[in-house]
Design a protein around this ligand. Structure first.
Ligand code: MOS
Length: 685
């Protein structure tokens, strides 16, 4: 194993497991106003007025009229308000915030606030006019720590905002706009963050604006921390999708594919445009098909706005394309795995956006690795035979990529990442970057890279939680980009510092992102070029046993080969692979979330929305396949999102085999026990 891959103890390990880490909810309450949001209780209505109870001294109501700058949260498009405009557009939309010193009193007063609504007809569902379709559901990030933000007015009219965030500079940009402030007037700190998984990519910008406006009005510190129910009902989750695929086959080969991708965006667009981009780019899967046509839309409905969740649009379309290829193979009477293998892309082939796969595509080798782990081919053939009896088995399979880093030209044109190293006179080195540690380990891996190049012990290099007042903008903590892009800037900065190192002196070095020379420039207007510099690759296989009496499915084993390039710390990367795979298995098998006829999310607690617990972890065997990427640190590529993306297709194809593919072509995820029973019920009728 490379020296850089050898595992170290994570820098924040002790403070987190000992309970000493200070999350946003842990700052002492003295002098902090508790803010609670008044959420809309209807999916679509004109807000005619809000009737407030008499507010005691020290209690303040805050709404859109108090926004000193622009009542729009800076995300991608300008449609998400800080506080609602004349209408509310989903159940949960923040109408205003009540702030006061005593939390229980704020809650009591909030319950006495009455909103006069003039009801409007809500739109909840996607239009359904399709022939062959594949459907995936919501998925809730279920981070341990709920959303929470705090705003503190500072000397000279400045605003300090901090909390549970992935992207400190996104929040800063949004708060500046809402307050009408200059860059120096707002700074944002990432507090210790108990998980994000995409759920804290854009949402903290909204909540950050809301607490900042409240702090601006009251002149006091304001903190708003969501309870689990608010978090599950009202914050962003994975987009439900409906994909219609058509495939043309001639002489056993696929000659054309036509994909129509529809995402349910919810009431405001937030990140939907960019989530959809990643989804449609992945729509033809890992196959070289001569004719490709993809269309995609994210539709507005009067439901909670959807957003980023690990995988960012790709799990939806990979589910569709993998299932579609399986079904075409079945219709042709050929083995699914061999059929897919005959269409696999290879190095040098065109991507769906007329870019190139510049580097080797290791999927064939990874298939062999997984085959060794679980006898994939043999069991897949065995379970394809008709089965009777109460317990029936299936072996499912998927392969896929994850584009490493930002989609398209974002890194080059928008982010323009800068990272710095600051060396103190005592020889310690501080990493200055804006990427938050959300559990994925950058507080450890960034210093590890720098210590490696400077030949320093790891204790001599540290990385604090980023505060935009102190660190350059190295971009957001998203898109599996932090280690690959910013880690490489830090590696280069460390080499530079090594070259100019002067004992006893304070020194600073800075590195700027430069797009690799090999890239075919991406143009958003044509939607052509290299959407990603490189790709992470994976093969998944899942073996199940279905109990046809209860509908419950037991996972006998989940296997994966993951190529994320060189692991910059083996344990950290393995933790990512296993954790992400498990989230994907949850999405495939038990995590079901839906709204009722009024547009209210029904699954708003961990007893109504089941995620895998430690007791649900199946036999999980992951191996790393290393295909080095020359422009990532030591050959590392994007790692964070890859392991989640392929589980739905592998799991649902396994259940399909167990039930008998010929009679039960399955095309939706999650596929829960009730779905199994509904399928089996069709046999009786
Ligand atoms: Mo991520 S799902 O790119 O925050």
């Amino acid at each position: 194993m490379d020296r850089i891959s050898q595992s170290v103890v994570k820098k924040d390990h002790l403070s987190k497991i000992s309970g000493r880490s200070i999350y946003v909810a842990d700052y002492p309450p003295e002098g902090v106003l508790c803010g609670k949001l008044l959420h809309s209780t209807v999916a679509r209505a004109k807000v005619k007025g809000v009737r407030l109870p008499p507010l005691p001294e020290g209690y303040t109501w805050v709404d859109a009229r108090d926004v000193p700058g622009d009542n729009n949260v800076n995300i991608v498009l300008d449609d998400t308000p800080v506080y609602c405009r004349e209408t509310v557009e989903y159940i949960g939309e923040p109408i205003g915030m009540l702030c006061g010193p005593d939390e229980a009193k704020v809650a009591a007063l909030l319950s006495q606030c009455k909103v006069d609504y003039e009801p409007l007809e809500p739109v909840l569902d996607l239009d359904r006019v399709f022939e062959e379709e594949f459907e995936t559901g919501y998925q809730e990030q279920a981070y341990l720590e709920p959303q929470g933000m705090m705003a503190e007015p500072e000397e000279g009219g400045k605003m300090f905002v901090h909390g549970s965030v992935q992207c400190a500079y996104y929040v800063q940009g949004a708060v500046m706009r809402a307050l009408g402030a200059a860059p120096g007037g707002v700074h944002v700190l990432q507090d210790v963050t108990g998980g994000g998984f995409g759920g804290k990519e854009a949402f903290p910008s909204i909540l950050g604006c809301q607490v900042a406006v409240a702090a601006h009005k009251t002149g006091q510190k304001v903190r708003c921390v969501f309870d689990r129910r608010e978090d599950m009902e009202y914050t962003s989750k994975r987009h439900p999708s409906l994909c219609r695929y058509k495939i043309a086959v001639k002489d056993g080969k696929v000659t054309a594919i036509d994909c129509d991708v529809v995402f349910n965006a919810g009431a405001y667009s937030t990140l939907s445009a960019v989530v959809l981009q990643r989804g449609i780019i992945a729509a033809p899967g890992v196959y070289n098909i001569p004719n490709v046509h993809v269309s995609g839309r994210a539709l507005k409905t009067n439901t909670s706005p959807c957003g980023a969740y690990r995988g960012f649009g790709a799990p939806q379309t990979f589910f569709a394309v993998e299932r579609m290829m399986d079904h075409v193979a079945q219709a042709l009477g050929v083995d699914e795995i061999e059929f897919k293998a005959a269409h696999l892309v290879k190095q040098g082939d065109l991507t769906s956006t007329q870019g190139r796969y510049h580097f080797p595509v290791p999927l064939s080798a990874q298939l062999e690795e997984v085959d060794k782990l679980c006898s994939l081919r043999e069991k897949h053939r065995l379970y394809a035979q008709p089965q009777t009896g109460r317990y029936r088995r299936g072996m499912g399979f998927s392969w896929y990529f994850h584009g490493a880093g930002f989609t398209g030209s974002g890194e080059r044109d928008l982010i323009k990442a800068v990272a710095k190293l600051h060396k103190y006179a005592d020889g310690t080195v501080e990493v200055l970057a804006s990427n938050g540690d959300i559990g994925q380990g950058v507080r450890t891996t960034f210093p590890k890279i720098v210590a490696h190049e400077l030949n320093l012990p790891l204790e001599k290099v540290y990385y604090n939680h980023p505060d935009t007042a102190r660190v350059p903008d190295s971009g957001p903590t998203v898109a599996s980009r932090s280690l690959m892009v910013v880690g490489e800037l830090l590696r280069r900065a460390a080499i530079h510092l090594r070259e100019i190192w002067a004992d006893g002196q304070e020194q600073e070095v800075e590195e700027h992102f430069k797009e690799p020379d090999f890239m075919i420039p991406f143009y958003l207007d044509k939607f052509q070029g290299d959407a990603y510099p490189t790709y992470a690759w994976a093969v998944n296989a899942i073996e199940v046993e279905v109990d046809t009496l209860t509908g419950l499915t037991k996972i006998l084993g989940a296997y994966g080969s993951f190529d994320v390039g060189t692991p910059v710390d083996y344990n950290i990367v393995m933790g990512q692979m296993e954790g992400g795979y498990l989230q994907g298995i949850g999405h495939a098998s038990i995590e079901k979330m839906d709204y009722d006829a009024k547009g209210r999310i029904r699954n708003n607690s961990f007893s109504d929305y089941l995620i895998p617990t430690t007791l649900d972890v199946p036999k999980l065997e992951c191996v790393l396949h290393v295909e080095q990427y020359p422009d990532g640190p030591y050959g590392a590529k994007g790692a964070g999102e890859l392991p989640l993306v392929g589980a739905t297709a592998a799991y649902v194809s396994a259940v399909e085999q167990a039930l008998g593919a010929a009679r039960h072509p399955l095309n939706k995820a999650p596929f829960v026990a009730e779905d199994v029973l509904a399928e089996l019920g069709k046999e009786v009728n």
